[in-house]
Design a protein around this ligand. Structure first.
Ligand SMILES: O=C(O)CCC(=O)C(=O)O
Ligand SMILES: [Fe+2]
Length: 270
């Protein structure tokens, strides 16, 4: 059973001016999660879901997990700028879609007056995607003043058998205290967080934190586990030392038969 977190609730205004219910969960030791369940209106979210589902050039790459090659259990796409450091995870370097191949798209960025974002992307049908990403950057920034992002990793879970296993987005290119803003569309899925075990204890057992069975951790300390139901149109932000001290996952769920799309916005340090 997952631990029910004690949330500190406050609220902030959305881009359109209405009140957004914002949950701020203090994980301790400088780690924090912000959850806004109704970040985007439902109808607008479905529009974006359909768009992303159809137009993103999704791929399902082969990655390496504990020395073995396997097909990643979800589709993905990656968007960033060529001058930024390249992302690499699980022995896999995703193709970086760049907006430099499509100079006219800069006009769109300027029009949105967010030229400080050196993002982006595009393949043939991507004009709408740029508008889409710009819109969200603006909305996320309004809800979380001071946030900055310059890349986005897109994931598509085509049913309850698709998942992301325990990991931390602690790659060096994001720095020590990355802020990661995650937008979800479509099928509601559970998002879990659990505290990493101190390195010394795991090394003694010849294990990494991700290999420690969940059942064992729950027996020992349920307080180190948090669960969020990520609804259609929701926003979840991890910040502070969350990537250093915690792992997160979206586990398989037999009952989740429909597709879910998730976008995680990140800042690559230059
Ligand atoms: O799908 C999600 O909610 C999380 C995805 C994630 O953790 C990642 O892409 O690193
Ligand atoms: Fe992640």
């Amino acid at each position: 059973m997952s631990f029910r977190f004690k949330a500190v609730c406050d609220s902030s205004a959305s881009a359109s001016g209405e009140e957004l219910k914002k949950q701020v969960v203090n994980l301790g030791d400088g780690s924090e999660v912000v959850h806004i369940s109704r970040f985007l209106p439902l109808a607008e979210s479905w529009k974006w879901f359909d768009y992303l589902d159809k137009e993103i050039p999704w791929i399902r790459p082969t990655i390496r997990v504990y020395g073995r090659s396997c097909v990643q259990p979800r589709d993905m796409c990656y968007v960033s700028s060529p001058e930024l450091m390249e992302l690499s995870y699980s022995g896999y370097q995703p193709h970086t879609h760049s907006w430099d191949d499509f100079p006219r798209l800069r006009e769109l960025l300027d029009a949105a007056r967010i030229s400080e974002f050196s993002i982006f992307y595009v393949v043939t049908t991507m004009k709408n995607l740029i508008a889409f990403v710009v819109l969200f950057f603006v909305k996320v920034r309004k809800a979380l003043p001071g946030s900055r992002f310059n890349s986005v990793l897109l994931n598509r879970y085509k049913g309850g058998g698709d998942y992301v296993s325990w990991h931390a987005d602690d790659e060096k290119l994001y720095g020590l205290t990355p802020e990661i803003a995650s937008l979800s569309f479509g099928c509601e899925r559970e998002f879990l967080l659990r505290k990493k075990k101190p390195k010394a204890a795991l090394q003694g057992q010849g294990k990494t934190a991700a290999e420690e069975p969940l059942s064992k951790r729950l027996k020992s300390n349920t307080i180190d586990q948090h669960s969020f139901n990520l609804k259609h149109g929701s926003l979840l932000v991890m910040r502070g030392y969350t990537q250093r001290d915690w792992l997160h996952s979206v586990p398989k769920r037999a009952k989740a038969t429909e597709t879910r799309i998730n976008l995680t916005f990140r800042l690559i340090m230059q």
